[in-house]
Ligand binder design. Structure first.
Ligand SMILES: Cc1ncc(COP(=O)(O)O)c(C=O)c1O
Length: 407
């Protein structure tokens, strides 16, 4: 379809293209394909070390694999109840109480989805009406852009500013108003590695209460924390029980990004709406993998401590490699990415630099502009490295990056 859109002006092919375009959704024309996933495809084409997309290249825990194998062998292979298998919902209740001290109702407050990606989309579609505004911190995980467009919300961007990625309280307060339906908070944050503090979350909470808005929080990196950083769920703050919608999933915590099991935890009213959207989008997440999820969520605390330790060592290794190669790095407090400043390399912009890195150096990264609304903004001098890779992969990237010549 795409080449038809590029047909010469006035040609019969262009007339056809215009006709086809009129038949397509104008919403979809407002966003491009995922830059992150495009980088993965380019990395494969150029045989580059892929530090673009955030998926680990090491295996998940053997007991999680065994639980999935067992579920399939036990014939757990038909549709699960649309909002999620009971054992997984019960395990989610236990874990949320254990880690955040919040008791949720497995019957009325959980929707299991196909990854947190679907959870976020279903939540947005369930709560947004035309004309509603959604506040989004920038830089942001690129999916939120299309999520906002597809759900019909108007985005209001608020900057996170390096080096600590803090926000200006007046700027945030000014982004809220009578049309604000929700704020999206991602903590620990992709791409910055910021972990929102209790004071910051409470400031956000007060704005949500004042303007009667939801806080939709993407907490997918909740266990990947460094240097004593603490993850606080929005749902755990006083006064947020009725307006926090928590989006999370198995992908990052259990090293199973391909399984596509996620969930939304929300008060009963929103959950009813989220379940309806989810049912007609996907019916349900893979049944045997939900069964394995119930096992994974009951892993002991030592599992999470080891996970964070492993990623801390990788973060430190990668910081050394990148600093040595001439990048200015901002040390992440959570998640598994490093945002870097590329101004020392004299590239035209982030996209040109990322292309050069893939084609000439052999390392794939994500151009910073894909995390910002305005491609000419701060992202044009930033690229993001993912370090959720075995040390051999990181060393291989390091060897290639050592050929760079910073000014
Ligand atoms: C902030 C954030 N949210 C959600 C996702 C996707 O999660 P899932 O695999 O559960 O759809 C990612 C993946 O990179 C992410 O970085």
């Amino acid at each position: 379809m795409r080449p038809m859109f590029n047909a010469p002006q006035g040609s019969p092919a262009e007339a056809v293209a215009q006709g086809v375009r009129r038949m397509l959704s104008t919403k979809v024309e407002r966003f491009t394909e995922s830059v992150i996933r495009e980088m993965t495809r380019l990395a494969m084409k150029h045989d580059a070390v892929n530090l673009a997309q955030g998926f680990p290249d090491f295996p998940c825990a053997p007991e999680i694999k065994e639980a999935a194998r067992q579920a399939i062998a036990d014939d757990d292979n038909q549709y699960a109840i649309t909002w999620g298998q009971k054992p997984l919902r019960d395990a989610l209740v236990e874990k949320f109480a254990r880690t955040q001290g919040v008791t949720i109702d497995p019957e009325r407050e959980i929707t299991v989805t196909c990854g947190s990606t679907e959870a976020m989309m279903a939540v947005m579609m369930a709560v947004i009406n035309p004309g509603d505004e959604a506040v989004i911190f920038e830089p942001f995980y690129e999916n939120y852009g299309p999520d906002v467009i597809l759900s019909g919300a108007q985005p209001r961007f608020v900057s996170l500013r390096p080096p600590d990625w803090s926000f200006d309280r007046d700027e945030l307060a000014a982004a809220f108003g009578p049309r604000t339906k929700a704020i999206i908070v991602n903590t620990p944050n992709n791409p910055t590695g910021k972990v929102f503090t209790r004071e910051e979350l409470e400031f956000i909470r007060d704005l949500c209460v004042r303007w009667n808005a939801f806080a939709i929080t993407d907490e997918i990196y909740e266990h990947i924390l460094y240097d004593g950083a603490e993850h606080i769920s929005m749902a755990a703050l006083d006064g947020m029980r009725d307006r926090a919608i928590v989006v999370n999933g198995m992908s990052k915590t259990y090293t199973v990004t391909g399984w596509r099991v996620g969930w939304a935890i929300a008060p009963p009213g929103p959950t009813e709406a989220i379940r309806k959207v989810h049912d007609f989008l996907t019916v349900g997440a893979a049944a045997p993998l939900q069964a394995a999820g119930a096992v994974a969520l009951r892993l002991p605390d030592s599992y999470y401590a080891q996970l964070a330790d492993k990623y801390r060592a990788k973060r430190d290794l990668m910081l050394g490699i990148l600093t040595g190669a001439g990048f200015n790095c901002i040390k992440p407090k959570g998640a598994y990415y490093i945002m870097t400043d590329i101004s020392r390399f004299g590239a035209k912009d982030d996209v040109a630099f990322a292309k050069y890195l893939i084609e000439e150096i052999g390392v794939a990264v994500v151009p910073g502009s894909s995390f910002y609304n305005d491609p000419a903004g701060p992202g044009s001098q930033q690229v993001r490295f993912a370090f959720c890779k075995v040390d051999e992969t990181l060393h291989a990237a390091g060897e290639r990056l050592s050929r760079l010549k910073p000014r």
